[in-house]
Design a protein around this ligand. Structure first.
Ligand SMILES: Cc1cc2nc3c(=O)[nH]c(=O)nc-3n(C[C@H](O)[C@H](O)[C@H](O)COP(=O)(O)OP(=O)(O)OC[C@H]3O[C@@H](n4cnc5c(N)ncnc54)[C@H](O)[C@@H]3O)c2cc1C
Length: 413
């Protein structure tokens, strides 16, 4: 293992591909083969569809798959959040049950964490589950759940013990979404997209085998998911080979469906790429104040990219997501805010115009109403500052009055 090098991996994958790749296969057939050959995520343990290679090997293999005109594992919460969380905290039964369909794309996941009165204070959540024979019965409401309308399974945190302090009485479940006791209602946002949902559970059922980790220890599992969420940063569309094949057609269709709800995410990040062109088009590129704002924005953006590269490099070395996740998240909010301000200064009042006759087909207006989401999703700016202050700088923790008392006695709305 220690003398494994990139070139050897590339040669092995190419040799395997020369025999295994068949463009007439369906996407599912191809991914099943990929999983069975243990090339889907080679950094995973040998027992779980991998080869115990170092984390950097995953990208090497992915690039070979692309070069050969094939595709890799699916994008989205299944591989970014569910699989790594289950890999870290799940028992053999859960790994057996959930990892393969996440790898092949047969099952998709959403994240069911936030509630109307438990967002930043996630551990204060009130959705509750009780064990009834070999099933848990869960009742409560979640909100802001991206892609819940087409997910097969939800990463759910629910309260299972009201007599323990708030962080101790939580359990982490895989909730089967396709049951009539789970109702998913879409939410319309101020940018007129509908990416999120409210999810109502009324005595929904979860098999006891679907507890991830140990009952009552769901908080540690949730922290793992949140760390991976901060780590995966911007959602990049996968690249596909130009070669024609059934696998590529089906993978493109899968990706298009998945990315529908994220079509406004580039605007949410502020569209830094448009600023110079925007200034030129509006003939504001010689205005010294606008130039100064653009220079500031581009510098911040570059620094953010370096922080993201640092996080990626740490991941490739197999390190757990660390402080650079919070620093990078905060930087991306600052970049989005500065981009919002810069586009507004360039456009003036016309920034408010929407529709095809507005400049950039209304994209500037969409930036103005989408960038605030960057400071909220995946943990707000203030929460990132708390994390950096407490865990990185070692500052005293925030005073808390509800941490050590039974959750039942904590005053709530
Ligand atoms: C684009 C987007 C996608 C999302 N996707 C999902 C998803 O898929 N699944 C999911 O479960 N949730 C999702 N969320 C929800 C998100 O995680 C929450 O909105 C977020 O955690 C904030 O919680 P809240 O909205 O309840 O705000 P609150 O927690 O009520 O915060 C309100 C304000 O108070 C501040 N504040 C709160 N506590 C503190 C404190 N201790 N110190 C200082 N300031 C504080 C906050 O920073 C904020 O400014 C998404 C949100 C967005 C915007």
């Amino acid at each position: 293992m220690s003398d494994l090098n990139e070139n050897d991996i590339r040669i092995s994958v190419r040799q395997w591909l020369s025999k295994a790749w068949d463009p007439t296969m369906s996407l599912l057939e191809w991914r099943t083969l990929l999983v069975e050959s243990r090339w889907a995520v080679p950094s995973w343990p040998e027992k779980w569809f991998g080869r115990a290679y170092p984390a950097w090997a995953d990208d090497v293999v992915r690039s070979e798959l692309l070069l050969a005109g094939t595709v890799a594992t699916p994008v989205g919460a299944s591989m970014n959040l569910a699989a790594p969380t289950i890999m870290k905290h799940g028992g053999d039964k859960q790994k057996q049950r959930f990892l393969r369909p996440a790898l092949t794309g047969e099952e998709t996941w959403c994240q069911l964490f936030s509630e109307p009165s438990a967002g930043s204070d996630l551990a204060g959540l009130g959705t509750h589950a009780e064990l009834d024979g070999d099933e848990w019965i869960v009742t409560g409401q979640k909100v802001w759940n991206t892609s819940a309308h087409h997910a097969d399974l939800g990463l759910l945190v629910a309260r299972t013990d009201w007599d323990s302090p708030k962080h101790k009485g939580l359990t982490y479940f895989a909730l089967p979404m396709n049951q009539k006791e789970v109702e998913v209602r879409p939410l319309m946002q101020m940018n007129r997209h509908t990416s999120f949902n409210e999810v109502f559970m009324t005595e929904a059922r979860i098999p006891n085998d679907y507890v991830i980790g140990t009952p009552g220890e769901g908080w540690a599992v949730a922290l793992t998911t949140l760390a991976f969420e901060r780590g995966f940063g911007s959602l990049k569309k996968p690249r596909y080979s130009k070669q024609k094949s059934r696998v590529i057609d089906e993978a493109k269709a899968e990706s298009e469906e998945h990315f529908k709800v994220y079509s406004w995410y580039p605007q949410r990040a502020g569209r830094v790429d448009l600023t110079k062109d925007h200034a030129r088009t509006k003939k504001r590129n010689t205005d010294p104040i606008i130039r100064q704002e653009i220079a500031k924005l581009l510098s911040m953006h570059r620094i953010g990219e370096w922080t993201a590269s640092r996080a990626r490099a740490a991941r490739k070395l197999g390190r757990a997501p660390g402080a650079e996740g919070s620093i990078g998240k905060l930087m991306s909010s600052n970049v989005a805010r500065q981009a919002n301000k810069t586009h507004s200064m360039i456009a003036g009042a016309s920034a408010l115009l929407t529709g095809p006759s507005a400049s950039y087909d209304g994209i500037i207006a969409e930036i103005l109403v989408s960038t605030p989401a960057k400071s909220i999703a995946g943990g707000t700016d203030e929460i990132q500052r708390n994390i950096i202050g407490e865990r990185v700088l070692g500052l005293p923790r925030e005073p808390s009055i509800d941490k050590d008392v039974p959750f039942r006695d904590v005053p709530r709305n």
